[in-house]
Write a protein that binds this ligand. Structure first.
Ligand code: SAH
Ligand code: SF4
Length: 379
């Protein structure tokens, strides 16, 4: 299958148009169709000559994600399950603005995106890694998660306007243009983003570019289970992404039990890489810490965790574990979570505890896919 046009940067498209002896201003028109109007067909690009549309059609694909399932409702966290061209399933999670989490106060939303189908890292508590790794997502498949959600949002808004004006009127409101919905991205969906480094960086470049997604690099958080060499590589990139480390244990002993990646890159190496990132970027790192009953929720664990957090000048996000069907791990009681938080604060660490109820679909990407795959194989 040809490369999807949304895997190309504007520079790459300009080079292509030059070899076709086409004026460069046409590239701006194409980018406008793709990222502002978010069209899904070549024929919709009406200000391009027909011959050029045919040329584009012959050289590139223009794929969209098919919505298979949606969980959650308006004003809460909503999870989207997409089917890709090879029938692989991936998830994206739309989270209403929450200033306490990863971004600033805003009336817009954060989108949690996937970077791989499955995951090779096999953390013991995680649904994404249960069936192993299938493949990397291409840059356009990463970018398209944002565009698909924005299109979905626009269609919903149009439907609402239409039913308010006249229930029988089914003519499309082409003049209606909903503003951008998403202004924060967290790369915390299915997959290990830094194991798909080149495609991830290209996708983020497109989402960050003024001609593309227009989302500031500081509004993009990349979460990793701890791939030290890639963290170092990321430190040398010009873009100022936020970095979150899925720590979940502050000693090698605890991390080795639940995260096989720690055997490859033990804590010492991971911490060195984080220090380098911080030194290069001058940016605060976030340490994610899922609280799992009887595994890493002992008060004694807060001591090495506080030492690490202070060393890295990092903030700690405590997340009560979301139960995964088929896995034995449990979330600790509310009391235990509050005590863990208080112990960290006593040790002068900036920490937050996710307390929202009904957010059980929130951080546990991979579960909807797993459930759907199971249902499909049983039917
Ligand atoms: N692979 C990357 C990004 C995807 S996982 C990483 O590991 O950082 C996103 C976050 O969700 C990670 O912090 C991960 O540990 C966490 N997570 C996975 N399963 C979870 C569960 N059942 N409950 C709560 N958090 C979970
Ligand atoms: Fe992969 Fe992250 Fe899940 Fe670990 S927590 S299996 S790295 S997706």
């Amino acid at each position: 299958m040809p490369t999807d046009i949304k895997s190309l940067t504007s520079e790459e498209l300009e080079a292509q148009f030059k070899t076709w002896d086409q004026p460069v201003y046409r590239v701006a028109q194409v980018l406008d169709w793709l990222y502002v109007r978010r069209v899904t067909s070549w024929d919709a690009m009406t200000n391009l000559p027909k011959a050029m549309r045919e040329k584009l059609r012959g050289n590139y694909s223009l794929q969209t994600h098919e919505l298979v399932r949606k969980q959650g409702s308006h004003d809460t966290t909503q999870k989207f399950l997409w089917r890709l061209h090879d029938h692989s399933l991936i998830e994206s999670v739309l989270i209403p603005a929450n200033p306490a989490l990863y971004g600033d106060a805003s009336d817009r939303h954060t989108l949690c995106i996937s970077t791989q189908v499955g995951c090779a890292y096999g953390c013991k508590f995680c649904a994404s890694g249960l069936d192993g790794w299938k493949r990397n997502l291409t840059p356009d498949e990463i970018v398209e998660q944002i565009l698909s959600i924005e299109r979905w949002n626009e269609q919903n808004a149009e439907r609402e306007v239409r039913s308010a004006e006249s229930p029988e009127d089914s003519t499309p409101h082409s003049a209606l243009r909903t503003p951008r919905l998403i202004n924060n991205i967290v790369v915390m969906g299915m997959g290990e983003p830094l194991a798909n480094y080149d495609n991830l960086l290209k996708a983020l470049k497109i989402l960050n570019a003024p001609w593309g997604g227009g989302i500031g690099a500081r509004k993009i958080t990349i979460s990793t289970s701890g791939l030290a060499p890639q963290i170092r590589k990321l430190a040398r990139e010009p873009m100022q992404f936020r970095l979150a480390i899925s720590l979940h244990g502050a000693t090698d002993e605890t991390r080795n039990k639940i995260m096989p990646v720690n055997r490859k890159y033990p804590l010492r190496e991971l911490v060195n890489a984080c220090e380098e990132y911080q030194h290069e970027k001058g940016r605060m790192i976030t340490l994610e810490y899922i609280l799992i009953a009887g595994v890493n929720d002992f008060i004694a664990e807060t001591k090495p965790l506080a030492v690490l957090a202070r060393k890295l000048h990092a903030k700690v996000n405590l997340i009560p574990y979301n139960k995964v069907e088929g896995l034995p791990w449990e979330r600790p009681g509310e009391d235990a979570c509050e005590k863990f938080l208080a112990a960290l604060e006593d040790q002068k660490v900036t920490a937050t505890l996710r307390r929202e109820k009904g957010h059980d679909i929130d951080a546990a990407c991979g579960q909807l896919r797993l459930k759907t795959e199971k249902e499909l194989s049983n039917s």
